[in-house]
Each structure stands twice: as structure tokens, then as C-alpha cells.
Design a protein around this ligand. Sequence first.
Ligand code: ADP
Ligand code: GLC
Length: 498
Amino acid sequence: MSRAARRVLFVSSEVAPFSKTGGLADISAALPRALAAEGCELRVLTPRYGFINREQHGIRNCDGATGLRADFRGRSLRFGFSRAPRTGDVETYFVECDPLYDRPGLYVDPFTNGDYIDNDYRFILLSRAALQLCRVTDWEPDVIHCNDWQSALAAFLVSRKRGAGAFARTRTLLTIHNIAYHGLFGPESVNRIGDGAERFYFPGGPLEFYGHVNFLKAGLEFADMLNTVSPTYAREIQSSYEYGYGLEAVLHARGDSVAGILNGLDTDAWNPATDAHLAATYDANALENKERNKLALCARMGLSYDASVPLFGSVSRIAGQKGFEILIPVLSDIFHLPARMVLLGSGDPHLEHVFHEFARLYPDRFAVRIGYDEGLAHLIEAGADIFLMPSKYEPCGLNQMMSMRYGTLPVVRATGGLADTVVDAADAAGGTGFSFREYRPDALLQTVRRAVKTFRDRERWMALQRNAMAQDFSWAQSARRYRELYDQCLRNPPRVVA
Ligand code: ADP
Ligand code: GLC
């Protein structure tokens, strides 16, 4: 069956290599490319934060799309659009608005460690800009694909414009990458949204959440379709407060329309056979070269190298989600196994401090780097023996997939995408890592012990490494599923919220 080429506007608050705090940026770079390969016409829209250098990326203003005005009731801002040189079949557009985006952080002010107080303006503009871009370039997309709270309001705005006769053919899809981040603002924010948002702000209404305006909830209510990034997370967020963060009932009410589609990896950027960040490249038939990365990683982190002692690695946002509260109580036990560990991450200043203290107490066992370092992230994936990811919740998770591809066996809590991608070593069909269910330090420690014991059995370990490395984490299959979701959106009548 021949299929119509879909026009898709993919809106995201972070897109690698321009801006990144986590996996959303990776997805926003890789999925549009994979969708273009599926025959879709893709435009990506994201803010041009001040740290995105126009010259370095060859970014140019779009003709006739500058000097636009956004009114926020009482505040009026000039904005415009610029564009990066086309890469492959994907066009990347930026919203230009220095008063809102010329900042060193994406969402959090590095000087105060708190959210920017005008994040409502910043991301209302992103959503409004999505609709404006279509207008000023006279391009009517089939689907506006929103991602997380930062672009969720585009679904609300499209729904309102439809009532006024525009965007009649356009459908909206909202992908939930992390339901814990709502985009919550004081009631006064509702006046800034525009398009009659006030009418939907009342207790229990589609924009209201316990006396606040909730951008994500607005998207969950108004988007024509919803999905999230793994089948298990799709079930979890509908099942309990623990996972749904208060939005479970909203999702549940939409029932079967929440699909779970696993993220893929950029298998070119994350390929141990070609990775330029490694001390030595390797594949499943040359695992001895992986060991040279362990040596290089130990040297770089100031740990002594011992082939017989397993090296644990972690690359992570240092946030509650990632399970540090069950890891910290058993860290000293882990160091006595014996084992060594390296950690790269940044986030919660209190936890960063705790890790610095551990590094001081166990200088021969543990090394930490606080900050963001792409090259080191690759070297850890290659040089560690075991990757730790004991997440409290994990919508999909990319690091466990990167680890498996690099023959670094993950120890994960079986939640969300971790449950969907890691097969426990005890599985008769062939394991790819180690997993546990209970969110408790003792459950984690027991699993770490099991991994360390298995590590001593070289034959068995290498068999598990080969299983892990043989997994297919490419985008092709998931991109096809997104394409099917788009088709499904377009077959259905638009969603109407009274
Ligand atoms: P999340 O999006 O919840 O942070 P994912 O596993 O989906 O988790 O994606 C995390 C991405 O961010 C990966 O590409 C990972 O390598 C990268 N990353 C996280 N922290 C750092 C860091 N400090 N330095 C380099 N890369 C990092
Ligand atoms: C979020 C999630 C992570 C997921 C990423 C991309 O940041 O925390 O699990 O992989 O989004 O979807």
C-alpha cells in the first residue's frame, strides 16, 4: 500500500547537538531523522538559547519571519525564526527571542539552582511559535508532534484555532518523556497563554491542577493522541500516583489512546566499532579491545586498573528519578565487594556534595566528575564492566541501551523502559544484564553482588556481553510505529474538549 507523505512539525525544548539536558535531546535529533527516512517531511522547532552559537552552526534568520510580536497581556515581546542548514531530510528551525532564551541554562538558573521564574513565558512562546511558523511559512503540517510540558500547550492552541477554522487538517500528538515534570505555574499564567485559556481554568478543569496552571495536563487533555516512550511506562503512569504524579486519572480517562513506543539509539553516534571517543574501538568479536578502554578510563579518573575487579559506571542526571537514594546507602558495601566505580553527572547540589565526600573517603575505589562531558560519557560506556541504573522510574532510558551495545552489562531496576529492554541474566533465553524489582537498597545490593559474582565467570560473562551487543536498538522499528500513530491520528476526527 502506498502511503501519503506526512508533514510533521516536531516541537522540542532540547535538540542535540544544539541543546541538551538528557535523553529528550537525543530523541529530538534521532527520531526526526528516522521519520524522514520513513518518508515523512520533517521540521523541528526549538528555542535558540543564547549558548547556541549562530556562526558555529551556520544559523540564519528566515526571510519574512523576524520582527514578529507575541503579546502576553501586559508584556509584549519581539520574536522571530531562524534556521540551521538542512541536515539530510530534516529542517531545524529556531525561535529567536533573546529576552527569554539568552540564558546559560535551559530550564534551571545555574546561579540560583531554581527554575527560571519566567519559564511560563518561555514555553508559552515555544508553543505559540509552532503555530506561527506554519503560518509565516505557509506550511500546513499533518501533525504537530509535541514533547513534554514545554511544548504541550501547542496541542491546546491548535485545538482552539480549529474552533476558529484554522488548522482544520492538523492533528496533535503529545509524547510524554517524563510525567513527573508538569510545568506548573501560578494562576496568573493562564492569562499569558492566550486563545481563551481562562475558560478552561477552573477547579478540576483541563488547565488546572491544585490551584496551579499545569501545561502538561493541558496537553494531555487537548492533544489528539498521546504516547510515551516504553510500553511498561505507559501502563505505570496510568496505574498509580507513584508513577503518574497526580496525572494518572487524566490519562486513565483517555484509556487506550496512550501508546508506549520504545526509543531507539543513534546507532551511528553510539557504535563501539567506530566511536572516536574511545581509547580502542571494538565489537563482539574483539572484546579484548574493550579492556583497553577500562584501562584508559581508570587512568583518566585516577583509579588504579585491575582487570579482575569489576568497574561500575554511571552517567546520569543527578536527580531523584535515577535511584540515588537506594544507591547511596549501599555504596560502601559495594566498594568492599571488591569493586570500583566512576560516576559522571550533574544536578542536585546536595547529592553532588555527597558523591564528592565518597570520593574523598574512598579515593582508590570511587571517582566522580560533576559536569557534562560527552566524550567521557562514551568512554564510561565502553570502559566500565557494569552500568548502574537503579531508577525509581524510567520512562525509557537510553543509557542502559548504550551500555548493552558497548558490552557493558547494566544493573537496573525493572521499571519503565528498563524493564522493557534489559533481560535478566537468569533468563533461560539469554540475559543482557541484571535487574531487580523492589525499590530498596538491599534489593539493589543483592543484584550488584550477583553481577559481581557472575563477572568472575569469564565465559558466562562474555556470553552475556555478546547477547547484549546483539540487541537491535536502532530507530527503524519505532519510527514506523510513530508513523502509524500519525496515520491513526489523521484517520480519527479531531478531539473536542468542551
Ligand atoms: P534522562 O533523559 O532521564 O536523563 P536517558 O537515559 O534517556 O535519561 O538519557 C540521558 C542522556 O544524557 C544520555 O545521552 C546520557 O549519555 C546523557 N548524559 C546525562 N548526563 C550526562 C553528563 N553528565 N555528561 C554527558 N552526558 C550525559
Ligand atoms: C526522559 C526520561 C528518559 C527517556 C528520555 C527520552 O528524560 O527520563 O527515561 O529516555 O526522556 O524519551
